[in-house]
Design a binder for this molecule. Structure first.
Ligand SMILES: NC(=O)c1ccc[n+]([C@@H]2O[C@H](COP(=O)([O-])OP(=O)(O)OC[C@H]3O[C@@H](n4cnc5c(N)ncnc54)[C@H](O)[C@@H]3O)[C@@H](O)[C@H]2O)c1
Length: 438
């Protein structure tokens, strides 16, 4: 054991989970947790619930479950709340989303029916394809932030909660660049007062959460907490923040396959990714301005993994294209095709074709659970600012301004597990292994 065990407050009492957006991802997450609580389903895909972690040398044979190793909140201690621009309960929203079968939803109907969304902070200028009526009114953005802070406080009081995490599972907003109003908490607050257009609704939620002493996680590619003002606020409040964009579907595959190609020094001529999906997310992404936000998030992955500047003979000239096509008949059951043109020894070309019939929200739900539980752990351990060790879960991971993001899923997993070992005073695992042969 190393001496560095961090002081971690125990996971006592209830943990509130406030979801912005009660759509396909949120309802699949909540329905799943309720089903797991009733022992009618298993939390497949969740590292916190099903994963193990090796400790010490291989000969020691110590591999506890992650949930038995680090003090995480139990799923029975989670209490849910949500905001949405539609008034549908989680049950109705889950039926609309069409991810889970009605017969399954019937078994958790009572729990889902009581989860009704609070009015949202919403502005159609930032999500062009949506309009709803369950929306807050206020004279300026500051006033709206205040209303969200009241929601958080009321939720805490009503449910006698010890801690809360806010997670953005709402639609992808239009592409925004970082601008002066995002520079400091002071400039941001002035912007709230003056209704600055550089402040998107997602940022108002993030601000309200941090000001309320609550960490904020961003599951969409919007800038949201990835601006200096929010980083400073999170540091100041000693709160964790994380983002961006849950890593599911095609990008998950990309970050599994690209590190393998690079490991074997196979070159890349082109990677064409296209997919069809027909859920509301697909409809929102059909708007070019929301798609641009998503495209930026999806495109950067290969550049960072393959490092063309270090391997010019292999990766300096590859063509990378990502397309999303809204195709209603498929609903949430996306189909993603990848055509990968690679080359090997003496430059001889080869091709890889992937046809991934995936279910977006089925892949996203366990990510939401893990992020909520790990973020709460980070908060209790006094970890503040960007949680780079949670990059594993994101398409476009946030990191310190002087660093480049780590996209390789295997490095991300090592980083995550070594962080857990570090928190608990165990030695990090380097996989060196020479000592077994000395
Ligand atoms: N499903 C995945 O695998 C996946 C992966 C990565 C990222 N994401 C992102 O997660 C988000 C949710 O995906 P989804 O499939 O659940 O979408 P969805 O359209 O089913 O749900 C989003 C919900 O957010 C609500 N909403 C929009 N703006 C809001 C606001 N300002 N305040 C409160 N509610 C608001 C919408 O009314 C909708 O009910 C999207 O941004 C998506 O891009 C999803």
């Amino acid at each position: 054991m190393s001496e560095r065990k961090m002081e971690i407050k125990p996971a006592e009492g209830k943990l509130g989970v406030m979801m912005v957006g009660l759509g396909a991802v949120s309802t699949t997450f909540v329905a799943g947790v309720e089903a797991v609580k009733k022992e009618i389903a298993k939390p497949i895909g969740s590292l916190t619930q099903m994963g193990t972690i090796r400790l010490g040398k291989r000969t020691e044979e110590r591999s506890p479950f992650v949930k038995d190793f680090v003090p995480l909140a139990g799923i029975n201690d989670l209490v849910f709340a949500a905001w949405d621009i539609f008034e549908d309960s989680a049950y109705e929203a889950a039926l609309n989303a069409g991810v889970l079968e009605k017969t399954f939803l019937e078994q958790v109907k009572d729990e889902l029916s009581t989860l009704k969304p609070m009015p949202a902070v919403f502005d159609q200028n930032y999500v062009k394809r949506l309009s709803g009526t369950n929306v807050k009114k206020g004279k300026n953005k500051k006033e709206l932030a205040k209303q969200l802070m009241e929601d958080i406080e009321n939720f805490k009081q009503r449910n006698k909660l010890d801690r809360v995490v806010v997670i953005w599972c709402a639609s992808t907003e239009i592409f925004l660049k970082s601008q002066p109003v995002h520079d400091t908490p002071a400039s941001f607050e002035e912007g709230l007062e003056k209704n600055d257009p550089g402040i998107a609704p997602s940022m108002i939620y993030a601000y309200a959460a941090l000001k309320s002493g609550v960490p904020f996680i961003n599951g969409a590619p919007n800038l949201t907490v990835d601006i200096p003002a929010m980083r400073e606020l999170a540091d100041h409040m000693t709160l964790p923040i994380g983002g961006k964009d849950f890593k599911t579907g095609q990008t998950l595959m990309k970050t599994i396959i690209a590190p393998g190609l690079k490991a074997r020094l196979l070159g890349l001529n082109g990677w064409f990714s296209t997919n069809i999906l027909g859920n509301r997310d697909g409809e929102v992404l059909d708007d070019p301005e929301s798609f641009k936000t998503k495209e930026e998030s999806k495109l950067s992955v290969l550049e960072y993994i393959l490092q063309p500047e270090k391997y010019p003979d292999l990766y300096s000239d590859f063509y990378h294209k990502v397309r999303i096509n809204y195709y209603p008949p498929r609903g949430d059951n996306k189909e993603g095709w990848d055509n990968i043109d690679i080359f090997g020894w003496l430059g001889y070309p080869m091709q890889i074709k992937i046809d991934f019939l995936c279910r977006d929200s089925i892949l996203a739900a366990p990510i939401v659970l893990d992020l909520v539980l790990f973020t709460d752990l980070a908060m209790r351990a006094g970890m503040k600012g960007v949680q780079e060790w949670l990059s594993f879960y994101f398409k476009s991971p946030m990191c310190a301004p002087e660093l480049y993001p780590e996209h390789d899923i295997f490095i991300q997993l090592t980083k995550l597990k070594n962080t857990l070992r570090f928190l608990m005073g165990e030695e990090p695992i380097t996989h060196l292994g020479l000592e077994y042969y000395q």
